[in-house]
Design a binder for this molecule. Structure first.
Ligand SMILES: Nc1ncnc2c1ncn2[C@@H]1O[C@H](COP(=O)(O)OP(=O)(O)O)[C@@H](O)[C@H]1O
Ligand SMILES: [Mg+2]
Length: 352
């Protein structure tokens, strides 16, 4: 990621109508796509720089095997889509990885062997690690059905997402001035994120009063309170109206551009095609195909077998999103990124 640190000339950034014209723009993404283009398009293929490596994760419900993943890797710094028909095991897989459910295959801490369930996130063994600890390690997820707490306000929901909550630490709690400073920092961060997700005006409203789409945004904003290195989104677009859909997409792309790894489950194939650097297809609990979006989604064998019309997976015809809306979003993202960069530069000048 060292390339990201290359200084961007700010004069040209503010003068330019598009980030695309700037030297260095999208350099990482181009580099990322170039690296991914060399990855074999087969289930379980190795990635050049995986943030997550999963082995032998099996989950059975009664006699039915919901998840049976032999090996899969997720590339760091990329947007990876996990797609597949309803009931493929995508949500269950998310639950297992994030410690909300336990695999039937033995966790690696209890047993060593070829059939041992093991997943390494950012170099750490996450098998047999509880959900709270997983999220502290930087792997944070949102839910298919939102878990925003409706009887708390929007701001209170955000504060719950903060890592190192002052109340959790006895020693910090007795040193009041430090405690207050930390609390103020957390609130400022929450306010920033709420601004970014256009929810700031709602900060004192109960989360229960938000629309479904706004709750999705709140959940994503809350997940970002802990500065995750990977965010996992389970159907972020479901139930979101077209206006919010666009800002959600923009947020996901900016996250990746700022260095967060994104793994998301989504039925809207138009969205998957447009924003994914890599696509993983899951069916009947297994990883059955992988590759860049265009290759995988234009592969008739994959489409017929797993994504075809007899499944309820939407292949894009009735997508809420058009190509024009994507262009608009990209322009908006570029504009927002420029504005943020300028604001940061001004802040730095101010403190220098
Ligand atoms: N708690 C559970 N108890 C029993 N069966 C479950 C449970 N959770 C999921 N399943 C089953 O596991 C399979 C995979 O479900 P899920 O992971 O929700 O799929 P997806 O998210 O890909 O639609 C489905 O057949 C589903 O009915
Ligand atoms: Mg699901």
């Amino acid at each position: 990621m060292s390339e990201t640190n290359a200084p961007t000339p700010l004069a040209s950034a503010s003068a330019s109508p598009s980030r695309r014209d700037q030297p260095g723009y999208d350099y990482d993404r181009v580099e990322l796509r170039r690296k991914l283009a060399l990855v074999p398009e087969e289930p379980g293929s190795s990635k050049p720089d995986p943030i997550l490596v999963v082995d032998n994760v099996v989950r059975r419900f009664g006699g039915m095997t919901a998840v049976d993943v032999g090996h899969v890797e997720v590339q760091r710094g990329a947007i990876t889509a996990l797609i597949g028909p309803n009931g493929a095991g995508k949500t269950t897989f998310f639950n297992l990885l994030t410690g909300f459910d336990k695999p039937n295959s033995a966790p690696s801490m209890l047993k060593r062997g070829a059939d041992t369930a093991k997943w390494i996130f950012n170099g750490r063994d996450m098998g047999a690690v509880g959900a709270a600890k997983v999220s502290r390690q930087g792997m944070v997820r949102t839910f298919q059905l939102t878990k925003a707490l409706s009887r708390l306000t929007v701001m209170e929901n955000m504060l719950l997402g903060a890592r190192d909550q002052p109340g959790e630490n006895f020693f910090v709690a007795i040193v009041k001035p430090l405690w207050r400073k930390r609390e103020a920092e957390i609130e400022a961060k929450a306010a920033d994120l709420l601004e970014r997700f256009k929810l700031y005006e709602k900060k004192d409203d109960y989360a229960g009063s938000l629309s479904g789409g706004q709750r999705k945004l709140l959940e994503m904003a809350r997940a970002l309170m802990s500065d995750p290195s990977m965010i996992m989104l389970d159907e972020p677009m479901a139930g979101v109206n077209p206006a919010l859909t666009q800002s959600l997409l923009g947020h996901i792309q900016s996250l990746r551009d700022e260095g967060t790894t994104v793994l998301f489950v989504e039925h809207d194939m138009h969205m998957v095609r447009h924003i994914s650097d890599w696509v993983i297809v899951m069916a009947e609990g297994r990883i059955v195909a992988e590759g860049p979006a265009d290759t995988v989604m234009d592969n008739p064998a994959v489409v017929d077998a797993y994504l075809g019309a007899h499944h309820d997976t939407d292949l894009g015809d009735d997508s809420l999103l058009t190509d024009e809306s994507f262009d608009e979003i990209e322009a908006e993202v570029a504009h927002e990124a420029d504005a943020r960069k300028e604001a940061d530069a001004r802040k730095e000048e101010g403190t220098a």
